[in-house]
Design a protein around this ligand. Structure first.
Ligand code: AMP
Ligand code: MG
Length: 491
């Protein structure tokens, strides 16, 4: 593997070669106070062939704290728009982030280096262009958590702080985060040109995205419809993974929907503690538009916005047919993931009901989703087994016993062996998730310049399925203070 320095990173800025209407060129605005390193991600550095030894150089902090540029970077703010809480907003765009450039690694993969919190841009509207340390830590850790869980996501390369003050609900300090993804194009990027009736730009954008990310479709006559079909599939599968792990995004606006089906833009997200189908993680989402159990439907709604934006490129009925594949793909994928979480190998007609009933029991008992599913792997199918540790999670033991009887019969029916099943289930039911209160603890320490908890969580969450010695406390339910922390969009 090539080991590059900051000075020899290999850039190939394809987005900067698109028409000028797609972005605004500008450099990051440095902090006033000197930038300081908070954390850096060696695994992400390897994706761009960057020698991990570079992560500790002062030049690294200067570069990703917005006060320097590397040779080959062509910084720009991307234009996009989107539907926010169901309402179309004509112009959003990178209001506080700057695409520094695209690194091409030795395998020919391209990675956007996107600096979040880099200062005002022509798209900042009323914002100050900054991100607070709190929100960048949340994004940094959740990218790590999602990667560890095997859920498609943008990556985070590093976090750089500063003592500059930022005014939110409280006075906080600023930070910048480098986000990496093969592309930052969103559903809302397409919507911009559709609503502006700039059909040439729309075609240019679609051809660009297809050439870069769906190259197998490049020469197909029906490439736009097939491209849309693949976005539908990726999105359905992504949201099935969110549902299976009990994670809510919180702000599923179309400008936060990745055209590559990645989890994008971490704001007031949340992993569920107590199972609650109606879980609303975003404090500002008063109507629960983005509640946990609405996410599958919102995915479809957002895809219908994308379909509309593609109307000048593709036949309406064909796009509609693409949309119609969403629900079956989602359901198949969700059931597949849940079957694995319940330890089933065969597919049986009763599985859906068995799974739903278990979730219903969790909801009625305010039981912890992650803990209950992890505990389920210890289930014994032996005669007379009471499965006490699991049973304790439920308020009504009789109802649990009734369910457990059906579960045992179902497992015996496919000749499931307890030991083998436990190992299989532990590979898909995480022991550790990024509970809000864990992130909050790391944030509060970091606000006093102690980054040890970020590092601890970063290491833990990279491997969430393995019991890690000395980390038992991180697998417990939240303490009372950490149960219903308010997290909102203001970050
Ligand atoms: P988000 O809620 O983070 O997805 O942001 C929605 C839109 O608001 C995007 O266009 C952001 O770039 C913009 N935005 C959010 N916060 C700020 C800020 N502090 N300054 C400027 N623009 C912002
Ligand atoms: Mg956003």
């Amino acid at each position: 593997m090539t080991r590059r320095t900051l000075e020899t990173l290999s850039f190939d800025n394809t987005y900067a070669r698109l028409p000028q209407a797609f972005y605004a060129r500008l450099n990051p605005t440095p902090f006033n106070a000197p930038p300081y390193p908070v954390h850096a991600n060696r695994a992400a550095a390897e994706l761009i062939d960057l020698d991990p030894a570079q992560l500790t150089r002062p030049e690294f902090t200067a570069l990703f704290g917005g006060s320097a540029l590397a040779p080959g970077m062509e910084p720009l703010a991307m234009l996009y728009s989107g539907h926010q809480f169901g309402v179309y907003v004509r112009q959003l765009g990178d209001g506080r982030a700057i695409l520094l450039g695209e690194v091409k690694n030795d395998q020919g993969e391209r990675w956007d280096l996107h600096l979040k919190g880099a200062g005002m841009t022509p798209f900042s509207r009323d914002g100050d262009g900054r991100a607070v340390l709190r929100s960048t830590i949340r994004e940094y850790l959740c990218c790590t958590a999602m990667s560890g869980l095997g859920i498609p996501t943008t990556q985070a390369l590093c976090l750089v702080g500063s003592d500059d003050k930022v005014y939110r609900e409280q006075i906080e300090t600023a930070a910048m985060l480098v986000r990496m993804a093969p592309s930052h194009v969103r559903f809302g990027t397409f919507e911009t040109f559709y609503y502006r009736k700039q059909h040439d730009h729309l075609r240019t954008l679609a051809d660009y995205v297809i050439a870069q990310h769906f190259p197998h479709l490049r020469d197909a006559d029906d490439r736009y419809v097939r491209f849309f079909g693949e976005v539908v599939e990726r999105t359905a599968k992504l949201i099935a993974q969110w549902q299976a792990v009990g994670w809510a995004h919180g702000v599923m606006n179309t400008d936060n929907m990745s055209i590559l089906g990645l989890t994008l833009d971490y704001g007031p997200y949340g992993f569920m503690d107590d199972y609650d189908a109606g879980f609303i993680c975003n404090h500002s989402d008063h109507n629960g538009r983005y509640a946990f159990n609405q996410q599958p439907y919102i995915g479809l709604w957002n895809l219908s916005c994308l379909a509309q934006a593609l109307l000048s490129l593709a036949d309406k009925d064909a796009l509609k047919a693409g949309l119609d594949t969403y629900q079956p793909v989602f359901e198949r994928e969700y059931l597949k993931l849940m079957r694995a979480k319940f330890g089933f190998i065969d597919e049986r007609a009763e599985d859906d009901e068995l799974i739903r009933d278990f979730l219903g029991l969790l909801q009625g008992s305010h039981a912890d989703y992650t803990i209950a599913l992890r505990e389920l792997s210890t289930f014994s199918t032996a005669d007379g087994a009471t499965n006490e540790a699991l049973r304790e999670q439920f308020l009504n033991p009789d109802r649990f016993d009734e369910w457990a009887g059906r579960y045992r019969d179902r497992l015996r029916n496919e000749r499931s062996y307890d030991d083998g099943r436990r190992d299989r289930m532990n590979r898909v039911n995480p022991k550790y998730v990024l509970r809000n209160y864990l992130a909050q603890t790391a944030i509060e320490k970091a606000q006093h310049k102690d980054f040890s908890e970020i590092d601890r969580l970063f290491t833990l969450l990279q491997d969430p399925f393995t019991d890690q010695p000395g980390m038992e406390a991180y697998a417990l339910p939240p303490p009372n203070w950490g149960k219903h922390l308010a997290v909102s969009c203001s970050s």
